[in-house]
Design a protein around this ligand. Sequence first.
Ligand code: VGL
Ligand code: ZN
Length: 242
Amino acid sequence: MQSTTKKLRALLRVDLLLTFMPGGALAVPGGDAIVPVVNELSKHGGYDLVIDCRDDHPADHSSFASQHPGTTANTTVIELFGVSQRLWPDHAVRDSKEWQYHPALDLSCVTCEFAKGQNKKVDSYSAFYDNGRHVSLETQEKYPFLGQSTGLAEYIKSEAERQAASDIQVDVCGLALGFCVSWTALDARSETYRDAKFEVRVIEDAVCALEFTNGDYARYISELEAQGVEIIQSQSVLQNAK
Ligand code: VGL
Ligand code: ZN
């Protein structure tokens, strides 16, 4: 008898919101150029799950420089409940215009959406867990709200079980490399299913980076590769889906 093994394949589309596009409050230069690539992948990449991950902040989120007098957006780094926090311009405020998806983003093949960054006390770059996940146990015990799951890992694993898949592969695209894309990919890589790590890939021509200093891009890529995240191009996904 021929044995068949199914791999569950998920595409995570990170933060394709107006707020991160040129003209938005936390614009990623060139961020809108990836939208057609993301659409193509979503439609023709052969994915079992296409998941939108959405930054979803209250207006007084503590990652906003506006909440901390005397600080500068994009530059100042503070400590919040024991977690290092770069401060940002007000962005992705729930129900605001900029919280909407880019109008050219195809939503027709989206399986579901996961929100992050809803708790004003802690930021959430990753679509899996808030930024408090990586602090010491001592700090987590002091601030028990740190390190919450969004439910994304549980959802992907339950879908894999339901579809009788033996492995899970997660592809990550969207904005911004270095922050939400990288943290999401690295958290995915730390997950296991049936005793194996998730296979994780970042689709390089379907992401765009927020760079502050020379060499940031290369550093982001090497940090991903060091954790076993594969860097691939959309063409190879589309070719293999045929
Ligand atoms: C992001 C900073 C703050 C991102 C979100 O999408 O990369 N970066 N919130
Ligand atoms: Zn944010």
